[in-house]
Write a protein that binds this ligand. Structure first.
Ligand SMILES: Nc1ncnc2c1ncn2[C@@H]1O[C@H](COP(=O)(O)OP(=O)(O)OP(=O)(O)O)[C@@H](O)[C@H]1O
Ligand SMILES: [Mg+2]
Length: 337
């Protein structure tokens, strides 16, 4: 260890003399180096113990990444898989709320962090668990934030998982880069968009960003895609329903006296055309469902409150598309640094 800042050998002491004890500074450096090495090994081991790792990103904020991340995790768990979710959003972490884990704190044992367990047995790690209260934002400078992310990857006792879903803050920032460099064999990125032009434009940036990270794009999900209005009227009744922008929809109640119409609250098909334009898969559309908003408030995700409903079915289709894509796709070619 000659020349090393943490060397404890004192040449002046001569052969046979007891080595000088390290200074507190040296001791701290040694401990840090040891913790870093252990973390690196743990991160490499995660590659084997977690079969599939999926990053969920969007270029624009508020398009539903956390709703989609939690929905994917819950839907995969519904299929009987062991699932974890890692909430990397330090400034606005809301995954615990959506998973019914508000106010939870993490359990630490022998230096290892144990995830909280939410709906459907999904293991949850979130920066929110470090906050004193839900309303205090964390303001961490870059290196501290990135160190915390590495710690949340390397020091967590996930156990054996079939899937780890990773939720990010909006945009193409340092967080996805740190994760892509720390966690081996990432299956790929799911890009969430809404049908509006501005969100689509940002999702195009995300596709370019994925390429620069050398993480495969699993595909694009269009969230808040359309709102389905249904009701009852005497069989054969012809109805006119005014949609957003005054567009009229002519529908007829069926023989059983029910009708339904899907209204495009924003636009339609933008996610699909973006996916086609960039030659990446379109993973499916998720409906606009006010139940997601309620679920975010009362802590019971829509997939849990209505596991057979249209939104849960739409999620199951997206999950199937992701699984197909993972089955044929490769994994990240980035090396651990
Ligand atoms: N399909 C949907 N239908 C109705 N509301 C939705 C849908 N998806 C998300 N929402 C609502 O939109 C809001 C934003 O969703 P969410 O927090 O998941 O977005 P986000 O992209 O993670 O946001 P941020 O960029 O702040 O992390 C929430 O109130 C959520 O309940
Ligand atoms: Mg979010």
């Amino acid at each position: 260890m000659a020349g090393s800042p943490v060397s404890t050998h004192d040449p002046a002491a001569g052969e046979g003399a007891a080595p000088a004890s390290p200074s507190p500074d040296q001791q701290r450096q040694m401990e840090q180096a040891y913790a870093q090495m252990k973390r690196k090994m743990a991160m490499q081991a995660l590659g084997k113990r977690i079969k599939h790792k999926i990053m969920v990103l969007s270029g624009k904020g508020g398009v539903g990444k956390s709703t989609v991340s939690t929905g994917l995790a819950l839907s995969l768990a519904q299929q009987g898989h062991n699932v974890g979710i890692l909430d990397i959003d330090i400034t606005g972490p809301n995954v615990p709320k959506m998973m019914g884990l508000s106010g939870k704190r993490l359990h630490v044992e022998e230096g290892r962090i144990h995830p909280a367990v939410g709906h459907n047995g999904v293991k949850v790690i979130s920066m929110a668990f470090l906050l004193d209260d839900d309303d205090t934002p964390v303001v961490w400078r870059g290196p501290i934030k990135l160190g915390a992310i590495q710690q949340f990857i390397g020091d967590v006792e996930w156990g054996d998982l079939d899937y780890l879903v990773i939720d990010f803050p909006p945009g193409t920032s340092d967080e996805p880069l740190t994760v892509a460099q720390s966690l081996p064999d990432i299956d790929g990125m799911v890009i969430v968009t809404t049908p509006q032009d501005v969100a689509l434009l940002d999702s195009r940036k995300s596709i370019g960003f994925a390429e620069s990270l050398k993480v495969p794009v699993l595909g694009v999900v269009e969230n808040m895609s359309g709102y389905t209005l249904s009701g009852r009227a005497p069989a054969g009744t012809e109805l006119q329903i005014a949609g957003p922008g005054g567009r009229m929809h002519n529908i007829t109640a069926d023989a059983s006296g029910t009708f339904s119409v899907t209204l495009d609250l924003f636009k339609q098909g933008g996610g699909k055309s973006t996916a086609e334009e960039f030659n990446v898969p379109f993973l499916g559309a998720l409906p606009f469902d006010p139940g997601f908003v309620r679920g975010g408030d009362d802590g019971v995700h829509r997939i849990v409150s209505d596991p057979e409903g249209p939104s849960a079915q739409a999620f199951a289709q997206v999950v199937a598309a992701i699984q197909d894509r993972i089955a044929i796709g490769g994994s990240s070619s980035l090396e651990i640094v």
